[in-house]
Structure formats: structure tokens, C-alpha cells
Design a protein around this ligand. Structure first.
Ligand code: SF4
Length: 109
């Protein structure tokens, strides 16, 4: 009886969570078609720039920047070599340009 209740409870939890999972998945798809802008609040917090050449290292948020870094050589850039833009996982798959940069940059493996 107790096992039955446990299984039933888990079943109902799963049913209740399903719409939330689907909603999350649909939002990810939506962001996949949205370009990240420099005015995005998360982008501003992470010093996101559409072009790495415009990064100001004197800005404390951008202090990690090195001239060799850009979105194209970042592990979180989801594009293939040569793509001009692609989704970025740290920004919920919003589109970033290959020549962009932010302080979450991680060397591509
Ligand atoms: Fe570009 Fe990487 Fe920052 Fe995403 S995490 S915006 S790919 S530097």
C-alpha cells in the first residue's frame, strides 16, 4: 500500500512537472532565434560586446579580456568553425557574433 502511494505520488509529480519542462524547452527554442544585445542585463553584467575589439579592460567587468579571445574560440559558442554567429549556452542560446566576447569566455577544448 505504501509503495503504491509512493509510486502514485511520483507519477503525479511527473505529470505536474511535464508542462514546466515543455515550457522551458519552448523558451530555449525562442531564445535560439534572438540575437543577444549589449543592453541585455546579463550581457551587461558579463561585459558582453558584439565586437571584442571594443572591450575596455579598464572596466572591472572586462578585466579578464585578452585580445586573442572571442566568441568563435569560446567553448560556449555553439557554432561550427567559420560560422559568423551562433547560440551561446550561457545566454540561454541567444545568438552571439563570432567576433563578440564576454567575461564568461572559456577556451575551446
Ligand atoms: Fe561569446 Fe563565450 Fe561569452 Fe558566449 S560565453 S558570449 S560564446 S565569449
Amino acid at each position: 500500500m505504501c509503495v503504491m502511494n509512493f509510486k502514485r505520488r511520483n507519477f503525479f509529480k511527473m505529470i505536474c512537472a511535464s508542462p514546466l519542462i515543455l515550457l522551458g524547452a519552448s523558451r530555449m527554442k525562442t531564445f535560439a532565434n534572438v540575437a543577444l544585445t549589449e543592453s541585455d542585463p546579463t550581457g551587461q553584467a558579463l561585459c558582453f560586446k558584439l565586437n571584442a575589439k571594443s572591450v575596455d579592460k579598464k572596466d572591472a567587468r572586462c578585466a579578464r579580456f585578452e585580445p586573442s579571445q572571442n566568441c568563435a574560440n569560446c567553448q560556449l559558442f555553439q557554432g561550427k568553425p567559420g560560422d559568423k554567429s551562433a547560440p551561446c549556452t550561457i545566454f540561454q542560446n541567444k545568438i552571439v557574433p563570432a567576433q563578440g566576447w564576454c567575461s564568461a569566455w572559456v577556451k575551446k577544448a
